[in-house]
Design a protein around this ligand. Structure first.
Ligand code: BEZ
Length: 208
């Protein structure tokens, strides 16, 4: 089962946009790989629609989406078309038809205590170097939170850009945590700085 900090395992699969090699699809971009338990189910329909409705957000944040479930390509196509007809929402991102469970097993999305045949609701955040940076798992009966998915992506991208860390409940525009000093010299610098400080190890700053 891949963990945070691992290189995202590569694979080739059939998807709703044709055969796709994962490493090619994500090259040079952030990627969010997410699984859902089954096509034509209610919670999954709300979640997939949620991802689709945030197309502009994910494009603006240089992030490719890719879904997955243990269903056939025919089922995926029928579901995507059905949701488009009924609601006008189009799942523009590729959805992997993981009928042989190859990718679900590779990514630990099949968690037998929850289901032997359906993937749990997993979300893998993968950076442009192909490294897994954050993982979420939700059970079959609880849908994910799109605001948290977006917040986590922005937090990861901001942490990388500004070499900082994010406190509890951080949102874009709020102060960030400056990493603690690692040498005595850095400690002296920290103590002489005008950062907002609880103590030397907990200092915050505005991003300008
Ligand atoms: C759903 O998406 O509604 C769902 C899928 C599998 C099990 C339970 C709920």
């Amino acid at each position: 089962m891949p963990r945070i900090g691992d290189q995202a395992p590569d694979f080739e699969s059939m998807t709703t946009i044709g055969k796709l090699k994962f490493s090619d699809y994500i090259k040079g971009k952030w990627a969010i790989l997410f699984s859902h338990p089954a096509d034509f189910t209610p919670v999954c329909t709300t979640e997939m629609s949620g991802f689709a409705l945030e197309k502009d957000f994910f494009e603006k944040h240089n992030t490719n989406l890719i879904g997955l479930s243990i269903d056939s390509i025919h089922s995926h196509i029928a579901w995507v078309n059905n949701v488009r007809e009924k609601t006008g929402v189009y799942f523009h991102f590729p959805i992997i038809a993981d009928i042989d469970m190859k990718v679900s097993k590779l990514y630990g999305m099949l968690q037998p205590g929850e289901s032997e045949t359906a993937a749990v609701r997993a979300v893998f955040f993968i950076d442009p170097n192909g490294k897994i940076r954050l993982i979420m798992y939700y059970p079959l009966n609880v849908g994910r939170n799109m605001e948290e998915i977006k917040r986590a992506l922005v937090a990861l991208q901001t942490a990388d850009e500004y070499k900082c860390a994010m406190p509890l409940n951080w949102k874009k525009g709020e102060k960030v945590i400056v990493p603690p000093p690692k040498t005595m010299h850095e400690l002296e610098e920290r103590l002489a700085s005008n950062l907002e400080m609880v103590d030397f190890y907990l200092a915050k700053k505005e991003l300008v």
